[in-house]
Every structure is written in C-alpha cells, then in structure tokens.
Design a protein around this ligand. Structure first.
Ligand SMILES: [Zn+2]
Length: 303
C-alpha cells in the first residue's frame, strides 16, 4: 500500500510540475498561451506570462520561446498537433527570461531567432543571471537549457512576409525591458504587446525599465488600433482595458514623480503622497506599489 501511495504521490506531483501548453485561439491562425498572473513557480515552469504563435500557409512564427528547453519543446509539440507547417521564425518580444530561454531549442534546428538589438544587449547583460535564478527554481525541469541570444536583429521596424501574411515587428522605445517590441498582425488586427501591456495584475517597474519610454511604446501600440491585444500578462484585452490598467498607471506614476522631484520632495515623501488607490484592485498591488514608485522617482530625478 505504501508503494501505491508513493506512486500516486509521484503522479500527482508530476502533474503539478507542468505548464500545460494549451493554446487559446484568438484569431484566424493566431494562438496565445495565457500564463498565470502570479509569480514564477515550479508548477508553471516559469511561464507566468503570455506567448503565442501564428500559423500561415508558408510556415509558423513563434512569439517568445518560453522559459526553458522543456517549455520550448512543449511549444513545438503543441504546434505539431495543429499544423504540419514548419516553424520559420522565432521572435523574442523582450529580454525577460520566459520570452527567450527556449531559444536554444529552436536555434539548434537552424530556425532564426529575431529580436530588437536592445533585447540582444539585455540578454548579453542579464541572461546568465536570469538562467541561474530560473535554474535554481525549476531544477530538473530547466536542465539542458542554454543561454542563446537572438540570431537576427532589427532596429525600428521589420516585416516578416510568409505567403499572404504580413507580421510586423515594431520597436517604439521599450519599457518594461529596454528592447520590448510589439508584434502586429494587420490582417487580424491583433497585437502581441509583450510586456508593454499588463492587465489583471499590477505591472512591475524594474531596474532596467523606463516609465517614460514605456508610455511612448503604449501610445505607438494604441495608434495601430488593434481590436485585440494579447498582453504580456493577463487575459487578452481590448484597448480600453489596456489603457486603464497599464497606461493610466504609468502616467500617474510619471506625472506624480516629476512633480515631486520638481518640488524637491525626498523619495519617502514622494511615495507617501502618491495617490494610486485607483489601481489597488489589481493583484500584486501591495507588493509592487512601493518598488514601482521608488523606481519612477529615481527615473524622474535622473532627468
Ligand atoms: Zn513579463
């Protein structure tokens, strides 16, 4: 009996230790993997973010390669169940771990990996550190994962043409990470925003983020007039929700912190007087409001 209980426990824990790789079809030929909005865990394999892929009649484009070699294999296996089309491109929309740590799996097959040049620099600077920290969390589920930088770069705009499909990559200044880029599908009017849009949770301003440039990227995204945004985090959303939960919060942070710096307020006073209660309903607000505010203050102070 003890043996059976142990086997049951092993089966249970192995099912818990899995990112399920079930995609959501969001438009004709367009699929998104919607991750959890909580932290990276062993159970979600570090896929607490959204990624996706586009199927055309001339091949498949993968949007973000996932958090590990194993996750990249699952992405590929999922695509194989839906289409016999070969994978022609992998795009990294930004420099955060789950957007590029699966690169080596695809690059080993000779598939080009495309990203903005600032994402390549970001990975060169932080990639080993990100891999180490995810390896510590995921253990065996991370084994065999290698740091593989993108193999192709673009500077401001790039169009991939596959059959009759155009897939546009747009860089408008980055934001959450320096190379954050938009993948725009003009025919379907769907935008994969990467970490330029967070909904259903408070966004995170990191040491490498820039609130001012992030706002610029958001405005460029909005100007495309997408009918659907697949955000970096949270459920697919319309423009109004993305504006409310990303743009309006960033603008509040930036405006308040610039005024505070101009008034000569110190960091603590600037944080204490920040009225961001309108965003208190968003998960992780209690954890992130302080760090976000202090980074926005430092950015305003440096200008
Ligand atoms: Zn992210």
């Amino acid at each position: 009996m003890r043996g059976l209980a142990l086997i049951c426990l092993l089966i249970l824990s192995s099912t818990l230790r899995a990112w399920d790789a079930v995609p959501q079809k969001v438009a004709d030929g367009v699929y998104a993997f919607i991750g959890e909005t909580g932290p990276r865990t062993v159970a979600n394999e570090g896929m607490n973010a959204n990624t996706g892929f586009i199927i055309t009649d001339a091949g498949v484009v993968v949007i973000d390669s996932g958090s590990s070699r194993q996750v990249a294999q699952k992405i590929e296996a999922t695509i194989r169940k839906i289409t016999p089309q070969p994978i022609k491109w992998v795009i990294n929309t930004g420099g955060q771990d789950h957007r590029w740590l699966g690169n080596s799996h695809f690059a080993a097959q000779g598939i080009p990996v495309l990203a903005h040049e600032k994402t390549v620099t970001d990975i060169a600077e932080r990639g080993e550190m990100q891999a180490e920290s995810l390896s510590r969390l995921l253990g065996a589920a991370f084994s065999g994962t290698q740091v593989q930088k993108p193999t192709r770069t673009f500077t401001s705009r790039e169009t991939l043409t596959l059959g009759k499909e155009s897939i546009e990559l747009i860089f408008a200044g980055g934001g959450h990470t320096p190379g954050d880029s938009i993948v725009w599908l003009p025919r379907q009017r769907v935008a994969f925003s990467g970490d330029i849009v967070y909904v259903d949770r408070l966004l995170g301003v990191m040491p490498m983020s820039h609130v001012g440039r992030w706002l610029g990227s958001f405005v460029a995204l909005e100007a495309l007039q997408p009918e659907l945004i697949v955000p970096g985090h949270g459920a697919p959303a319309d423009r109004a929700k993305a504006r409310k939960e990303t743009h309006d919060y960033l603008l509040k942070l930036r405006t308040h912190m610039k005024q505070a710096v101009d008034a000569g307020d110190d960091l603590q006073k600037a944080i204490d007087t920040l009225d961001d209660k309108a965003f208190a309903y968003l998960p992780v607000y209690p954890e992130l409001r302080g760090p976000n505010a202090s980074r926005a203050y430092l950015e305003a102070e440096a200008e």
